[in-house]
Design a protein around this ligand. Structure first.
Ligand code: FAD
Ligand code: 2HG
Ligand code: ZN
Length: 475
Protein backbone atom coordinates (compact mmCIF):
# COMPACT_ATOMS: atom_id res chain seq x y z
CA UNK A 1 0.00 0.00 0.00
CA UNK A 2 2.52 2.53 1.23
CA UNK A 3 5.00 1.79 -1.53
CA UNK A 4 2.42 2.52 -4.24
CA UNK A 5 1.23 5.71 -2.67
CA UNK A 6 4.49 7.13 -1.39
CA UNK A 7 7.14 6.03 -3.87
CA UNK A 8 9.53 8.75 -2.70
CA UNK A 9 10.04 7.41 0.83
CA UNK A 10 13.21 5.34 1.25
CA UNK A 11 13.97 3.15 4.25
CA UNK A 12 16.49 4.90 6.54
CA UNK A 13 19.93 3.52 7.26
CA UNK A 14 18.80 1.43 10.23
CA UNK A 15 19.86 -2.07 11.27
CA UNK A 16 17.61 -4.99 10.42
CA UNK A 17 16.24 -7.03 13.29
CA UNK A 18 18.24 -10.21 13.93
CA UNK A 19 18.22 -13.09 16.42
CA UNK A 20 20.71 -11.36 18.74
CA UNK A 21 18.35 -8.41 19.08
CA UNK A 22 15.42 -10.73 19.77
CA UNK A 23 17.47 -12.63 22.36
CA UNK A 24 18.14 -9.36 24.18
CA UNK A 25 14.45 -8.41 24.17
CA UNK A 26 13.44 -11.90 25.36
CA UNK A 27 15.95 -11.63 28.19
CA UNK A 28 14.56 -8.25 29.20
CA UNK A 29 10.81 -8.81 28.81
CA UNK A 30 10.35 -12.58 28.70
CA UNK A 31 8.73 -14.49 25.80
CA UNK A 32 5.16 -13.21 26.22
CA UNK A 33 5.92 -9.53 25.94
CA UNK A 34 7.88 -9.84 22.70
CA UNK A 35 5.69 -10.52 19.66
CA UNK A 36 7.53 -11.71 16.58
CA UNK A 37 5.01 -13.97 14.87
CA UNK A 38 3.77 -12.10 11.75
CA UNK A 39 0.12 -12.82 12.55
CA UNK A 40 0.57 -11.45 16.10
CA UNK A 41 2.27 -8.33 14.72
CA UNK A 42 -0.36 -7.69 12.01
CA UNK A 43 -2.72 -5.42 13.98
CA UNK A 44 0.17 -3.24 15.17
CA UNK A 45 1.23 -2.67 11.56
CA UNK A 46 -2.07 -1.25 10.24
CA UNK A 47 -3.57 2.08 11.24
CA UNK A 48 -7.20 2.79 12.15
CA UNK A 49 -8.23 4.00 8.70
CA UNK A 50 -6.16 1.30 6.99
CA UNK A 51 -4.24 3.87 5.00
CA UNK A 52 -0.70 3.08 6.18
CA UNK A 53 0.76 -0.39 6.60
CA UNK A 54 4.21 -1.33 7.85
CA UNK A 55 5.84 -4.73 8.12
CA UNK A 56 7.38 -4.74 11.58
CA UNK A 57 8.39 -8.16 12.81
CA UNK A 58 8.71 -7.19 16.43
CA UNK A 59 6.31 -5.68 18.96
CA UNK A 60 7.63 -4.98 22.46
CA UNK A 61 5.37 -4.53 25.47
CA UNK A 62 7.30 -3.02 28.38
CA UNK A 63 5.61 -2.66 31.78
CA UNK A 64 7.91 -0.15 33.43
CA UNK A 65 9.84 3.03 32.66
CA UNK A 66 13.04 1.13 33.36
CA UNK A 67 12.19 -1.40 30.64
CA UNK A 68 11.39 1.40 28.17
CA UNK A 69 14.71 2.99 29.03
CA UNK A 70 16.63 -0.25 28.46
CA UNK A 71 14.85 -0.91 25.17
CA UNK A 72 15.61 2.56 23.82
CA UNK A 73 19.21 2.51 25.02
CA UNK A 74 19.70 -0.84 23.21
CA UNK A 75 17.91 0.31 20.05
CA UNK A 76 19.93 3.51 19.99
CA UNK A 77 23.21 1.63 20.32
CA UNK A 78 22.23 -0.83 17.59
CA UNK A 79 20.54 1.74 15.32
CA UNK A 80 17.17 0.01 15.42
CA UNK A 81 14.24 2.28 14.55
CA UNK A 82 11.27 2.37 16.95
CA UNK A 83 7.63 3.29 16.46
CA UNK A 84 5.85 4.17 19.73
CA UNK A 85 2.24 3.03 19.82
CA UNK A 86 -0.63 3.59 22.26
CA UNK A 87 -4.17 2.67 21.29
CA UNK A 88 -3.40 2.94 17.55
CA UNK A 89 -6.38 5.22 16.93
CA UNK A 90 -4.29 8.01 15.37
CA UNK A 91 -5.61 9.32 12.07
CA UNK A 92 -2.41 10.49 10.34
CA UNK A 93 -0.45 7.23 10.12
CA UNK A 94 1.92 8.18 12.96
CA UNK A 95 1.24 5.17 15.16
CA UNK A 96 2.27 2.37 12.80
CA UNK A 97 5.65 1.52 11.29
CA UNK A 98 6.29 2.61 7.72
CA UNK A 99 8.84 -0.14 7.09
CA UNK A 100 10.14 -2.57 9.73
CA UNK A 101 10.49 -0.29 12.77
CA UNK A 102 10.12 -2.08 16.10
CA UNK A 103 6.75 -1.27 17.66
CA UNK A 104 6.98 -0.21 21.30
CA UNK A 105 3.45 -0.63 22.63
CA UNK A 106 2.53 1.05 25.94
CA UNK A 107 -0.58 -1.12 26.32
CA UNK A 108 0.71 -2.90 29.46
CA UNK A 109 1.73 0.32 31.22
CA UNK A 110 -1.73 0.97 32.54
CA UNK A 111 -1.55 1.60 36.27
CA UNK A 112 -3.09 4.59 37.97
CA UNK A 113 -0.48 5.80 40.45
CA UNK A 114 -2.46 8.34 42.47
CA UNK A 115 -5.56 10.50 42.48
CA UNK A 116 -5.76 13.58 44.67
CA UNK A 117 -9.42 14.30 45.40
CA UNK A 118 -8.79 17.86 46.48
CA UNK A 119 -6.54 19.13 43.67
CA UNK A 120 -8.12 16.75 41.12
CA UNK A 121 -4.71 15.61 39.87
CA UNK A 122 -4.39 12.07 38.52
CA UNK A 123 -0.94 10.56 37.99
CA UNK A 124 -0.86 7.47 35.81
CA UNK A 125 1.12 5.42 33.33
CA UNK A 126 0.98 6.25 29.63
CA UNK A 127 -0.95 3.14 28.58
CA UNK A 128 -4.10 3.88 30.61
CA UNK A 129 -7.15 3.94 28.36
CA UNK A 130 -8.82 7.35 28.39
CA UNK A 131 -12.30 6.00 29.14
CA UNK A 132 -11.04 3.83 32.01
CA UNK A 133 -9.35 6.84 33.57
CA UNK A 134 -12.53 8.86 33.18
CA UNK A 135 -14.63 6.09 34.78
CA UNK A 136 -12.33 5.92 37.80
CA UNK A 137 -12.25 9.71 38.19
CA UNK A 138 -16.05 9.99 37.92
CA UNK A 139 -16.44 7.68 40.92
CA UNK A 140 -14.50 10.29 42.85
CA UNK A 141 -16.50 13.27 41.60
CA UNK A 142 -13.87 14.22 39.01
CA UNK A 143 -13.51 13.71 35.26
CA UNK A 144 -10.87 13.73 32.52
CA UNK A 145 -10.58 17.14 30.84
CA UNK A 146 -10.76 15.58 27.37
CA UNK A 147 -13.25 13.34 25.60
CA UNK A 148 -13.16 11.92 22.10
CA UNK A 149 -14.84 9.25 20.01
CA UNK A 150 -11.82 6.96 20.39
CA UNK A 151 -11.96 7.08 24.22
CA UNK A 152 -12.56 3.32 24.52
CA UNK A 153 -9.21 2.51 22.85
CA UNK A 154 -6.90 5.54 22.89
CA UNK A 155 -4.27 5.78 25.66
CA UNK A 156 -3.49 8.88 27.67
CA UNK A 157 0.13 8.67 26.42
CA UNK A 158 -1.17 8.76 22.84
CA UNK A 159 -3.50 11.64 23.71
CA UNK A 160 -0.61 13.62 25.17
CA UNK A 161 1.73 12.75 22.30
CA UNK A 162 -0.82 14.05 19.77
CA UNK A 163 -2.08 16.88 22.01
CA UNK A 164 -5.56 15.48 21.31
CA UNK A 165 -8.40 18.01 21.29
CA UNK A 166 -11.82 16.41 21.23
CA UNK A 167 -15.32 17.40 22.17
CA UNK A 168 -14.76 19.61 25.22
CA UNK A 169 -11.62 21.57 24.35
CA UNK A 170 -13.89 24.61 24.19
CA UNK A 171 -14.44 24.30 27.94
CA UNK A 172 -11.30 22.72 29.38
CA UNK A 173 -8.62 23.90 26.94
CA UNK A 174 -5.97 21.71 25.36
CA UNK A 175 -3.52 19.33 26.99
CA UNK A 176 -0.74 21.91 27.15
CA UNK A 177 -2.85 23.40 29.94
CA UNK A 178 -4.25 20.28 31.62
CA UNK A 179 -1.07 18.19 31.72
CA UNK A 180 0.85 19.24 34.80
CA UNK A 181 3.72 16.81 34.52
CA UNK A 182 5.33 14.22 32.29
CA UNK A 183 7.91 11.48 32.65
CA UNK A 184 9.47 10.58 29.31
CA UNK A 185 12.35 8.50 28.01
CA UNK A 186 14.71 9.99 25.44
CA UNK A 187 16.04 8.04 22.46
CA UNK A 188 19.28 7.22 24.32
CA UNK A 189 17.35 5.78 27.28
CA UNK A 190 17.68 8.79 29.61
CA UNK A 191 14.61 9.19 31.81
CA UNK A 192 13.42 12.80 31.98
CA UNK A 193 11.44 13.27 35.18
CA UNK A 194 9.16 16.29 34.83
CA UNK A 195 6.31 14.56 36.62
CA UNK A 196 5.26 17.60 38.62
CA UNK A 197 1.73 17.68 40.01
CA UNK A 198 1.85 21.41 40.65
CA UNK A 199 -0.36 23.85 38.85
CA UNK A 200 2.34 26.48 38.97
CA UNK A 201 5.99 25.68 38.37
CA UNK A 202 8.08 28.22 36.51
CA UNK A 203 11.45 26.71 37.27
CA UNK A 204 13.24 27.09 33.98
CA UNK A 205 12.23 25.79 30.56
CA UNK A 206 8.85 24.04 30.39
CA UNK A 207 10.27 20.81 29.00
CA UNK A 208 7.03 18.84 29.28
CA UNK A 209 5.67 20.83 26.33
CA UNK A 210 8.30 19.28 24.07
CA UNK A 211 6.61 15.93 24.52
CA UNK A 212 3.01 17.17 24.23
CA UNK A 213 2.10 16.89 20.55
CA UNK A 214 5.51 15.71 19.30
CA UNK A 215 4.00 12.39 18.18
CA UNK A 216 6.68 10.11 19.56
CA UNK A 217 9.55 11.76 17.67
CA UNK A 218 11.35 13.28 20.69
CA UNK A 219 10.81 10.68 23.39
CA UNK A 220 8.44 8.09 24.78
CA UNK A 221 5.96 9.37 27.34
CA UNK A 222 5.83 6.89 30.22
CA UNK A 223 3.85 8.72 32.93
CA UNK A 224 1.61 11.79 33.06
CA UNK A 225 0.01 14.00 35.68
CA UNK A 226 -3.27 15.46 34.47
CA UNK A 227 -5.59 17.95 36.12
CA UNK A 228 -9.11 16.46 36.31
CA UNK A 229 -11.89 19.03 36.71
CA UNK A 230 -14.93 18.39 38.92
CA UNK A 231 -17.64 16.20 37.44
CA UNK A 232 -20.64 18.42 36.62
CA UNK A 233 -23.77 17.90 38.72
CA UNK A 234 -26.06 19.03 35.94
CA UNK A 235 -25.77 18.04 32.29
CA UNK A 236 -27.96 18.86 29.28
CA UNK A 237 -27.59 18.07 25.62
CA UNK A 238 -29.35 19.57 22.62
CA UNK A 239 -29.40 18.39 19.00
CA UNK A 240 -30.40 21.21 16.68
CA UNK A 241 -31.37 21.29 12.98
CA UNK A 242 -30.44 24.37 10.93
CA UNK A 243 -30.98 25.59 7.39
CA UNK A 244 -27.61 27.23 6.65
CA UNK A 245 -24.02 27.59 7.78
CA UNK A 246 -24.77 31.23 8.55
CA UNK A 247 -27.33 29.94 11.08
CA UNK A 248 -24.59 27.82 12.69
CA UNK A 249 -22.41 30.87 13.19
CA UNK A 250 -25.34 32.80 14.68
CA UNK A 251 -26.20 29.92 17.00
CA UNK A 252 -22.61 29.52 18.16
CA UNK A 253 -22.34 33.21 18.94
CA UNK A 254 -25.65 33.11 20.85
CA UNK A 255 -24.61 29.95 22.72
CA UNK A 256 -21.42 31.64 23.86
CA UNK A 257 -23.24 34.75 25.02
CA UNK A 258 -26.40 33.18 26.49
CA UNK A 259 -24.89 30.05 28.05
CA UNK A 260 -21.44 31.46 28.84
CA UNK A 261 -19.84 29.49 31.72
CA UNK A 262 -22.11 26.44 31.38
CA UNK A 263 -21.41 25.87 27.66
CA UNK A 264 -19.21 22.75 27.58
CA UNK A 265 -19.38 21.64 23.94
CA UNK A 266 -20.45 23.14 20.64
CA UNK A 267 -20.17 20.83 17.64
CA UNK A 268 -21.54 20.89 14.09
CA UNK A 269 -22.12 18.40 11.30
CA UNK A 270 -23.53 18.73 7.80
CA UNK A 271 -26.26 16.47 6.42
CA UNK A 272 -23.75 14.22 4.63
CA UNK A 273 -21.91 13.63 7.91
CA UNK A 274 -25.08 12.67 9.76
CA UNK A 275 -26.05 10.45 6.84
CA UNK A 276 -22.86 8.42 7.45
CA UNK A 277 -24.09 7.22 10.84
CA UNK A 278 -27.78 6.88 9.95
CA UNK A 279 -27.10 4.98 6.69
CA UNK A 280 -24.02 2.90 7.50
CA UNK A 281 -24.42 2.39 11.25
CA UNK A 282 -28.25 2.50 11.30
CA UNK A 283 -28.37 5.04 14.12
CA UNK A 284 -31.62 7.01 14.47
CA UNK A 285 -31.75 10.79 14.57
CA UNK A 286 -34.40 12.17 16.96
CA UNK A 287 -35.10 15.17 14.69
CA UNK A 288 -36.04 15.65 11.01
CA UNK A 289 -33.71 16.24 8.06
CA UNK A 290 -31.80 19.52 7.75
CA UNK A 291 -28.71 20.68 5.82
CA UNK A 292 -26.84 21.28 9.11
CA UNK A 293 -26.92 20.09 12.70
CA UNK A 294 -25.39 21.21 15.97
CA UNK A 295 -24.75 19.45 19.26
CA UNK A 296 -24.72 21.86 22.20
CA UNK A 297 -23.87 20.64 25.70
CA UNK A 298 -24.16 22.48 28.98
CA UNK A 299 -22.61 21.36 32.24
CA UNK A 300 -22.78 23.06 35.56
CA UNK A 301 -23.58 22.65 39.20
CA UNK A 302 -27.24 23.71 39.45
CA UNK A 303 -29.87 21.93 37.40
CA UNK A 304 -32.54 24.62 37.72
CA UNK A 305 -30.16 27.43 36.78
CA UNK A 306 -28.74 25.51 33.80
CA UNK A 307 -32.15 24.49 32.46
CA UNK A 308 -33.46 28.03 32.73
CA UNK A 309 -30.49 29.35 30.80
CA UNK A 310 -30.64 26.63 28.16
CA UNK A 311 -34.39 27.02 27.64
CA UNK A 312 -34.06 30.79 27.28
CA UNK A 313 -31.28 30.29 24.71
CA UNK A 314 -33.30 27.71 22.76
CA UNK A 315 -36.51 29.76 22.82
CA UNK A 316 -34.55 32.76 21.56
CA UNK A 317 -32.81 31.07 18.63
CA UNK A 318 -35.94 29.16 17.61
CA UNK A 319 -38.35 32.09 17.79
CA UNK A 320 -35.95 34.14 15.67
CA UNK A 321 -35.77 31.35 13.08
CA UNK A 322 -32.02 30.79 13.56
CA UNK A 323 -32.60 27.19 14.62
CA UNK A 324 -35.29 25.30 12.68
CA UNK A 325 -35.87 22.36 15.04
CA UNK A 326 -34.28 20.69 18.02
CA UNK A 327 -34.50 18.33 20.93
CA UNK A 328 -33.02 18.68 24.38
CA UNK A 329 -32.49 16.04 27.04
CA UNK A 330 -30.78 15.28 30.32
CA UNK A 331 -31.55 11.54 30.26
CA UNK A 332 -28.24 9.61 30.10
CA UNK A 333 -29.47 7.12 27.46
CA UNK A 334 -30.81 9.84 25.17
CA UNK A 335 -27.70 11.96 25.63
CA UNK A 336 -25.54 8.93 24.72
CA UNK A 337 -27.67 8.37 21.59
CA UNK A 338 -27.13 11.99 20.48
CA UNK A 339 -23.39 11.86 21.18
CA UNK A 340 -23.17 8.62 19.15
CA UNK A 341 -24.52 10.48 16.12
CA UNK A 342 -21.57 12.83 16.38
CA UNK A 343 -18.81 10.61 17.78
CA UNK A 344 -19.29 7.65 15.45
CA UNK A 345 -18.94 9.55 12.16
CA UNK A 346 -15.24 8.54 11.88
CA UNK A 347 -16.18 4.87 12.24
CA UNK A 348 -19.12 5.20 9.83
CA UNK A 349 -17.02 6.92 7.17
CA UNK A 350 -14.84 3.81 6.87
CA UNK A 351 -17.82 2.10 5.20
CA UNK A 352 -17.66 4.60 2.31
CA UNK A 353 -14.45 3.12 0.85
CA UNK A 354 -11.18 5.09 0.67
CA UNK A 355 -10.99 8.37 2.58
CA UNK A 356 -9.02 11.53 2.01
CA UNK A 357 -9.10 12.95 5.52
CA UNK A 358 -8.31 16.55 6.47
CA UNK A 359 -8.30 18.17 9.88
CA UNK A 360 -8.19 21.89 9.45
CA UNK A 361 -8.36 25.06 11.54
CA UNK A 362 -9.82 28.07 9.78
CA UNK A 363 -10.97 31.53 10.79
CA UNK A 364 -14.53 30.98 12.00
CA UNK A 365 -16.25 32.74 9.07
CA UNK A 366 -14.40 30.50 6.59
CA UNK A 367 -14.96 27.34 8.69
CA UNK A 368 -17.14 25.60 6.09
CA UNK A 369 -15.75 27.14 2.88
CA UNK A 370 -13.57 24.19 1.86
CA UNK A 371 -16.50 21.78 1.70
CA UNK A 372 -18.45 23.38 -1.21
CA UNK A 373 -15.14 24.21 -2.95
CA UNK A 374 -13.93 20.59 -2.85
CA UNK A 375 -17.37 19.31 -3.81
CA UNK A 376 -17.38 21.45 -6.91
CA UNK A 377 -13.77 20.62 -7.79
CA UNK A 378 -14.27 16.86 -7.54
CA UNK A 379 -17.78 16.53 -8.99
CA UNK A 380 -18.66 12.88 -9.54
CA UNK A 381 -15.12 11.70 -8.63
CA UNK A 382 -16.10 11.84 -4.95
CA UNK A 383 -18.91 9.76 -3.52
CA UNK A 384 -19.14 12.07 -0.51
CA UNK A 385 -17.60 15.39 0.54
CA UNK A 386 -18.56 16.04 4.13
CA UNK A 387 -17.64 18.50 6.85
CA UNK A 388 -18.14 18.31 10.58
CA UNK A 389 -16.31 19.17 13.73
CA UNK A 390 -15.53 21.50 16.52
CA UNK A 391 -17.17 24.78 15.51
CA UNK A 392 -16.39 26.22 18.93
CA UNK A 393 -12.68 25.66 18.27
CA UNK A 394 -12.67 26.64 14.59
CA UNK A 395 -11.62 23.09 13.61
CA UNK A 396 -13.40 21.31 10.76
CA UNK A 397 -12.95 17.70 9.65
CA UNK A 398 -13.19 17.57 5.87
CA UNK A 399 -13.62 14.02 4.62
CA UNK A 400 -13.63 13.11 0.94
CA UNK A 401 -14.88 9.58 0.26
CA UNK A 402 -14.07 7.71 -2.93
CA UNK A 403 -14.88 4.08 -3.77
CA UNK A 404 -11.16 3.27 -3.93
CA UNK A 405 -7.81 5.07 -3.84
CA UNK A 406 -6.89 6.81 -7.09
CA UNK A 407 -3.67 8.78 -7.67
CA UNK A 408 -5.54 11.04 -10.12
CA UNK A 409 -8.06 12.06 -7.47
CA UNK A 410 -5.23 12.54 -4.97
CA UNK A 411 -3.64 15.01 -7.42
CA UNK A 412 -6.90 16.94 -7.61
CA UNK A 413 -7.17 17.15 -3.82
CA UNK A 414 -3.56 17.71 -2.70
CA UNK A 415 -1.85 20.11 -2.46
CA UNK A 416 -4.91 22.20 -3.42
CA UNK A 417 -6.62 21.64 -0.07
CA UNK A 418 -3.47 22.73 1.79
CA UNK A 419 -2.96 25.76 -0.46
CA UNK A 420 -6.51 26.89 0.23
CA UNK A 421 -6.02 26.42 3.97
CA UNK A 422 -2.84 28.43 3.85
CA UNK A 423 -4.56 31.21 1.87
CA UNK A 424 -7.03 31.54 4.73
CA UNK A 425 -4.09 31.45 7.22
CA UNK A 426 -5.45 28.22 8.69
CA UNK A 427 -3.69 25.15 10.07
CA UNK A 428 -3.33 22.00 7.94
CA UNK A 429 -3.48 19.91 11.11
CA UNK A 430 -5.64 21.29 13.88
CA UNK A 431 -5.66 18.29 16.24
CA UNK A 432 -4.62 14.97 14.68
CA UNK A 433 -0.96 15.85 14.15
CA UNK A 434 1.34 15.50 11.15
CA UNK A 435 2.21 11.82 11.42
CA UNK A 436 3.28 10.06 8.24
CA UNK A 437 0.68 11.67 6.03
CA UNK A 438 1.50 15.33 6.24
CA UNK A 439 5.27 16.06 6.63
CA UNK A 440 5.62 17.26 3.00
CA UNK A 441 2.90 19.83 3.64
CA UNK A 442 3.95 21.16 7.05
CA UNK A 443 5.39 24.29 5.40
CA UNK A 444 1.86 25.41 4.58
CA UNK A 445 1.41 26.07 8.31
CA UNK A 446 4.96 26.57 9.64
CA UNK A 447 7.70 28.99 8.61
CA UNK A 448 11.06 27.81 7.29
CA UNK A 449 12.87 28.93 10.44
CA UNK A 450 10.34 27.17 12.68
CA UNK A 451 10.81 23.92 10.73
CA UNK A 452 14.55 24.34 10.94
CA UNK A 453 14.40 24.76 14.74
CA UNK A 454 12.19 21.65 14.96
CA UNK A 455 14.87 19.73 13.02
CA UNK A 456 17.58 21.04 15.38
CA UNK A 457 15.58 19.87 18.40
CA UNK A 458 15.10 16.45 16.85
CA UNK A 459 18.84 16.17 16.14
CA UNK A 460 19.69 17.12 19.70
CA UNK A 461 17.23 14.77 21.39
CA UNK A 462 17.49 11.85 18.98
CA UNK A 463 20.79 12.16 17.04
CA UNK A 464 20.44 8.74 15.40
CA UNK A 465 16.86 9.43 14.38
CA UNK A 466 15.57 6.13 15.80
CA UNK A 467 12.29 7.51 17.20
CA UNK A 468 9.34 7.37 14.82
CA UNK A 469 11.29 8.05 11.63
CA UNK A 470 9.50 9.33 8.47
CA UNK A 471 6.98 11.14 10.71
CA UNK A 472 6.27 14.83 11.44
CA UNK A 473 9.42 16.43 9.97
CA UNK A 474 9.84 16.81 6.22
CA UNK A 475 12.88 14.96 4.86
P1 FAD B 1 -1.69 6.17 18.81
O1 FAD B 1 -2.63 6.23 17.67
O2 FAD B 1 -1.20 4.83 19.19
O3 FAD B 1 -0.43 7.11 18.50
C1 FAD B 1 -0.59 8.42 18.06
C2 FAD B 1 0.80 9.09 17.94
O4 FAD B 1 1.38 9.23 19.22
C3 FAD B 1 1.80 8.28 17.14
O5 FAD B 1 2.67 9.16 16.48
C4 FAD B 1 2.56 7.48 18.19
O6 FAD B 1 3.87 7.15 17.77
C5 FAD B 1 2.58 8.46 19.34
N1 FAD B 1 2.54 7.85 20.67
C6 FAD B 1 1.58 7.05 21.20
N2 FAD B 1 1.86 6.77 22.48
C7 FAD B 1 3.02 7.40 22.77
C8 FAD B 1 3.83 7.51 23.94
N3 FAD B 1 3.49 6.91 25.09
N4 FAD B 1 4.96 8.24 23.88
C9 FAD B 1 5.32 8.86 22.72
N5 FAD B 1 4.60 8.78 21.59
C10 FAD B 1 3.46 8.08 21.62
N6 FAD B 1 -8.18 13.16 17.93
C11 FAD B 1 -8.48 14.39 18.45
O7 FAD B 1 -7.58 15.17 18.68
N7 FAD B 1 -9.78 14.76 18.70
C12 FAD B 1 -10.82 13.93 18.47
O8 FAD B 1 -11.97 14.30 18.68
C13 FAD B 1 -10.53 12.63 17.97
N8 FAD B 1 -11.53 11.75 17.76
C14 FAD B 1 -11.25 10.53 17.27
C15 FAD B 1 -12.29 9.63 17.08
C16 FAD B 1 -12.05 8.37 16.55
C17 FAD B 1 -13.17 7.41 16.38
C18 FAD B 1 -10.71 7.99 16.21
C19 FAD B 1 -10.41 6.65 15.65
C20 FAD B 1 -9.67 8.88 16.41
C21 FAD B 1 -9.92 10.15 16.95
N9 FAD B 1 -8.89 11.06 17.17
C22 FAD B 1 -9.18 12.30 17.69
C23 FAD B 1 -7.51 10.72 16.84
C24 FAD B 1 -6.83 9.86 17.95
O9 FAD B 1 -7.71 9.17 18.68
C25 FAD B 1 -6.11 10.72 18.92
O10 FAD B 1 -5.06 11.32 18.25
C26 FAD B 1 -5.55 9.94 20.14
O11 FAD B 1 -5.08 10.89 21.00
C27 FAD B 1 -4.47 8.92 19.82
O12 FAD B 1 -4.22 8.12 20.97
P2 FAD B 1 -3.66 6.63 20.82
O13 FAD B 1 -3.34 6.10 22.16
O14 FAD B 1 -4.55 5.81 19.99
O15 FAD B 1 -2.29 6.92 20.06
C1 2HG C 1 -13.62 13.90 15.57
O1 2HG C 1 -13.70 15.07 15.96
C2 2HG C 1 -12.27 13.32 15.31
O2 2HG C 1 -14.62 13.18 15.47
C3 2HG C 1 -12.15 12.52 14.02
O3 2HG C 1 -11.26 14.26 15.42
C4 2HG C 1 -12.32 13.33 12.76
O4 2HG C 1 -12.54 11.34 11.46
C5 2HG C 1 -12.33 12.54 11.46
O5 2HG C 1 -12.15 13.16 10.40
ZN1 ZN D 1 -11.96 16.19 16.02
Amino acid sequence: LTKDRYPNIKRGDYAELNQNHLDYFHGLLGQNRVLSDPSDCEMYNIDFIKGVRGYSQCVLKPQTTEEVSKILSFCNQHRLAVCPQGGNTGLVGGSVPVFDEIVLSTSLMNNIISIDNISGVVVCEAGCILESLDDVLREKGLMMPLDLGAKGSCNIGGNVSTNAGGLRLLRYGNLHGSVLGIEAVKANGDVIDCLSTLKKDNTGYHLKHLFIGSEGTLGIVTKVAVHGPSKPKSLNLALLGLHSFENILQTYERAKNDLSEILSSCEMMDERSLDVVTSHLKLKSPIGDFPFYMVVETSGSNEKHDEEKLNAFLEGVMSEGIVADGTVTNEPGKMRAIWDLRERITEGLLHDGYLFKYDISLPIKEFYSLVPKMKERLGSDASRVSGYGHIGDGNIHLNISVPEFSPDILKKVEPYVYELTSTYKGSISAEHGVGFRKPPYIHYSKSENAISLMKDLKKMMDPNGILNPYKVLPS
